[in-house]
Design a protein around this ligand. Structure first.
Ligand SMILES: [Zn+2]
Length: 569
């Protein structure tokens, strides 16, 4: 005998067997027991929640020769014929394949004839929302004048597509998603019956992935079992569901927590190389973040945590995040998902996303509320708050004294890693000869430069763009200071960039990098001071600054360059 899918073999044969729809099955059983069944039912709800199973059981129960409290006996000849799909009076129609008017007219013609073997002629119309308008009209006629001893059971996943005139002539039941526990119990029952060993965790993963559909759960279980030796292992379940292994997600989230884009990218490549889909991966990140938020909220909410995800390792990682950052990650991942769904360059989007979320966040609007991604102790927070308050009042003074026409709009705590030197001389060099035409040709060749880089380098440079160019150099501004530092320190990257651009433009070329948040300040300084360069390209003299920029300079002198940020207008 050919292999039979689990969901067919284990299709419930009585109302009591149906999982997770107790109210519906109880109601139907009572109706059968008291001979109060309706001539038309509408079963709606998500796929795999028991609609067709209940329809079949109902068809059997109303015809059973020996029903027991509304349940079919499954032993009489009618029940047996129905179970073997050879009862002529139960007619199943899949509207997805029979959406024509003709088929329904055919029903109308034949519906007049009395059932041949059983008490009731039962029409089960699956996916009834797929019927054409004409077919619905024909069906409506039949429902308006139902012949005796005929029952219609309409099933659909999309009840909103069914005309109200039809719905009003049916008794309607809404099937709900089956709870994870119910699905787990059912799978466990089946595996125990088949004497198959299983890993609890594997069952959890399958139940989660089935999203409330029993048929899906059993199909996945089938596949996972076919993978290996009639034993259900965690690995097989992960393979079949495309779920990430625990090590994979732990390694990725660790790198994110530690603000380590390089490690996060490595982890991403491993995940993608193991055949995991990018979309599934993003769903997993969101689920992990959701659980971490529940955990970090330190309230009863943590009872709702998904224990399959929140392993001891994951709990430890959760401690490294605050909820602000987790919300930020969820935001970033959600917006990346939109791109992923419309793109065949999913890997690139995943790289950008990974870089973004594994970077320390840009300072938030209110400096005191700024959350450094790395854990900071209270002393440090207090110190930073004080520093910010001091900066604010000093800036106010400058502006009040009339010196500053344009005070700095925002003062920031010092970025924690400032070891990478900004090569201002080189930047001024480019600015000295910068033209719009050079910038536009730099931008023209940029996509080609990107293509010449390695995948990792490309991911790094994705968050940058050319902002100024001269005939022999360009300035690249980076969205995130951390990423600027990484790029600036990566000699291989600098070498490749220089070589690639020189090759494309057929001349020697210099690439200079700058964090985007500092770019307006640097440019302003340059323009204001009209800096003279001597032959050695060293800064020789700074002519008198204009009044407004003098204020900036003063602020810079006072607070140090990194603490003053002038917004570009
Ligand atoms: Zn029976």
């Amino acid at each position: 005998m050919a292999y039979q899918a689990l969901y067919r073999v284990w299709r419930p044969q009585t109302f009591a067997d149906v999982v997770g729809q107790d109210v519906i099955t109880q109601t139907l059983r009572n109706a059968v027991a008291s001979n109060m069944t309706s001539h038309a039912y509408l079963f709606s709800g998500p796929r795999g929640t028991g609609k067709t199973s209940c329809a079949k059981i109902l068809a059997k129960a109303v015809n059973c020769l020996n029903p027991q409290e509304g349940e079919p006996c499954n032993e009489c000849e009618i029940c047996q014929a129905a179970n073997e799909n050879r009862l002529n009076d139960v007619i199943e129609i899949d509207a997805a394949s029979n959406n024509g008017v003709e088929e329904i007219r055919d029903i109308r013609d034949k519906v007049k004839y009395a059932p041949t073997e059983a008490k009731f002629k039962v029409y089960i119309i699956d996916e009834v929302h797929m019927l054409s308008q004409g077919a619905f009209n024909a069906l409506l006629k039949t429902l308006e004048e139902p012949p005796a001893n005929v029952m219609f059971i309409l099933a659909t996943t999309e009840p909103q597509k069914i005309p109200a005139t039809i719905i009003s002539r049916t008794q309607s039941f809404t099937f709900r998603r089956i709870s994870r526990q119910d699905i787990l119990d059912r799978m466990e029952l089946i595996l125990n019956d088949k004497q198959i060993e299983f890993d609890e965790e594997a069952l959890n993963i399958i139940a989660a992935s089935a999203e409330g559909g029993m048929r899906d759960a059993l199909s996945i279980l089938d596949q996972a079992l076919s993978f290996g030796n009639d034993k259900l292992t965690l690995n097989n379940a992960q393979e079949v569901t495309g779920a990430l292994s625990n090590e994979q997600i732990v390694s990725y989230m660790t790198a994110v927590a530690e603000n380590n884009p390089a490690d996060a990218l490595t982890s991403l490549y491993n995940i993608l190389a193991s055949g995991r889909s990018a979309v599934r991966f993003t769903e997993m990140i969101i689920r992990v973040c959701r659980n971490m938020i529940l955990y970090n909220s330190n309230s009863d909410l943590s009872d709702n945590m998904d224990s399959t995800i929140m392993t001891q390792e994951m709990l430890a990682i959760a401690n490294k995040f605050d909820n602000d950052r987790l919300f930020y990650i969820v935001d970033q991942v959600s917006s990346a998902q939109k791109n992923l769904k419309n793109s065949n360059q999913t890997d690139v989007y995943m790289e950008i996303l990974t870089v973004k979320i594994s970077e320390p966040r840009i300072q938030s609007e209110t400096p005191t509320a700024s959350s450094e991604a790395a854990p900071v102790d209270n002393v440090q927070v207090d110190r930073l708050s004080d520093e910010v308050a001091k900066l604010k009042s000093e800036l106010k003074n400058i502006s009040a004294n009339g010196v500053a026409a344009r005070p700095a709009e925002k003062a920031k705590p010092k970025h924690k890693a400032q070891k990478v030197h900004l090569n201002k001389t080189a930047i001024y060099n480019v600015l000295g000869n910068a033209t719009k035409a050079d910038l536009s040709s730099a931008r023209d060749i940029w996509p080609d430069v990107m293509n010449m880089l390695s995948v990792t380098q490309r991911a790094m440079m994705k968050v940058s763009e050319p902002v100024a160019a001269s005939p022999d150099g360009m300035v690249m501004a980076f969205d995130y200071p951390m990423w600027f530092e990484q790029a600036q320190e990566d000699q291989d990257l600098l070498d490749s960039l220089t070589a690639d651009v020189s090759k494309l433009l057929k001349k020697d070329y210099q690439i200079v990098m700058v964090p985007k948040e500092q770019w307006p300040v640097i440019r302003k300084e340059y323009i204001a001071n009209n800096i003279d360069l001597d032959k050695n390209n060293d800064v020789k003299s700074k002519p008198e600054a204009t009044k407004s920029d003098k204020a900036v300079d003063e602020a810079v002198n006072l607070f140090g360059e990194d603490n003053v940020d002038i917004k570009n207008d």
